[in-house]
Design a protein around this ligand. Structure first.
Ligand code: GUN
Length: 299
């Protein structure tokens, strides 16, 4: 069997199109959704992400507010900025790019964001709302995975899902979302015994561990859907000396031989994350203004 490829790049473009159309309608009513992104320090990967977020925010017609603070910024100054953004009616979404420099308490900073503006869905209130099946802001990467799974399967009800990885950003919220869609969910991690056998039970595999090409085709149940959240840079001597390439947490070639459907890396989950950030900002803006939310852009 050769898996069908779930094209995250095309799907993300579709989501951005829906967001842009809704933003245009809001603007006719005098409402412009706004996203504030806060970057502390000069981490190169974070700079790339933040630039991409700002660019796409503007492209869908939203207002983008970038706050770049130097690496030595004090916790008090960062909290003061968050308080200003919380109070600013032009700002509907606030994202503090992680990781933060070591002297800053990430939990404290994230929990200082107004939960209604927490477009990352990391605030403990949103975590609790999601876990109890209430209306929450949902973390962007798992939301993107869920959208692709719903699109591919229609209903997820009764399917066996294995989430590999237990991070607060992906693994745990992904498990909650799949549970909410009536999957039977297993969360596997580095201490899971016979992880291959556990994964082999799954109709849906979501790999989010950050270990290059860990999941191989012999772990995958024939016909299963494989969602690869990993983005890992590895040496690629075949491309020339010193060259690298991006791979996921799944070994694409062997998994694609067995799976029914699979997301590629790059071009799978990655593009969906920023698209869902824009969708969350739009959702937050609609809720703040008491106007109808767009369909199909939330969990
Ligand atoms: N760093 C890596 N992924 C994320 C994310 O989804 N949100 C934030 N704020 N920082 C990140």
């Amino acid at each position: 069997m050769s898996a069908s490829v779930i094209d995250g790049k095309a799907f993300a473009a579709e989501v951005r199109g829906k967001v842009a159309a809704h933003v245009a309608r809001l603007k006719e009513q005098g409402i412009t959704p706004g996203l504030a992104v806060v970057l502390v320090g000069e981490d190169p990967a974070s700079q790339v992400y933040v630039r991409a977020k700002g660019k796409q925010t503007v492209e869908v017609g939203m207002a983008s507010f970038e706050h770049k603070l130097d690496a030595g910024t004090s916790e008090a100054d960062l909290l003061a900025l968050i308080a200003r953004l919380n109070a600013d009616p032009a700002v509907h979404g606030i994202l503090v790019q992680l990781p933060l420099p070591g002297h800053l308490d990430e939990d404290l900073v994230i929990n200082a964001i107004d939960p209604a503006k927490d477009v990352d869905g990391f605030h403990i209130s949103n975590v609790g709302l999601l876990a109890t099946g209430q209306k929450a802001m949902v973390p962007c990467t798992p939301l993107g995975c869920l959208m692709m799974l719903r699109d591919h399967h229609g209903s997820l009800s009764g399917l066996n899902a294995v989430v590999i990885g237990r991070s607060n950003i992906v693994g745990k919220p992904m498990a909650q979302l799949l549970l909410r869609d009536s999957c039977t969910v297993t969360v596997a991690h580095s201490r899971t015994k016979d992880i291959e056998a556990v994964v082999r039970q799954a109709d849906i595999v979501v790999a989010a561990v950050g270990r290059p090409q860990m999941v191989t085709g012999d772990w995958v149940k024939p016909g299963a859907t494989v969602i690869d959240v990993g983005i890992n840079r590895i040496d690629a001597p075949e491309k020339g000396e010193g060259k690298t390439r991006l791979v996921g947490d799944c070994d694409y070639d062997s998994c694609a031989e067995v799976a029914g459907a699979i997301t590629p890396v790059p071009g799978g989950v990655g593009p969906m994350t920023i698209a869902c950030l824009l969708a969350n900002t739009l959702t937050a803006c609609c809720r703040a203004n008491g106007v109808e939310e767009p369909e199909g852009l939330t969990a």
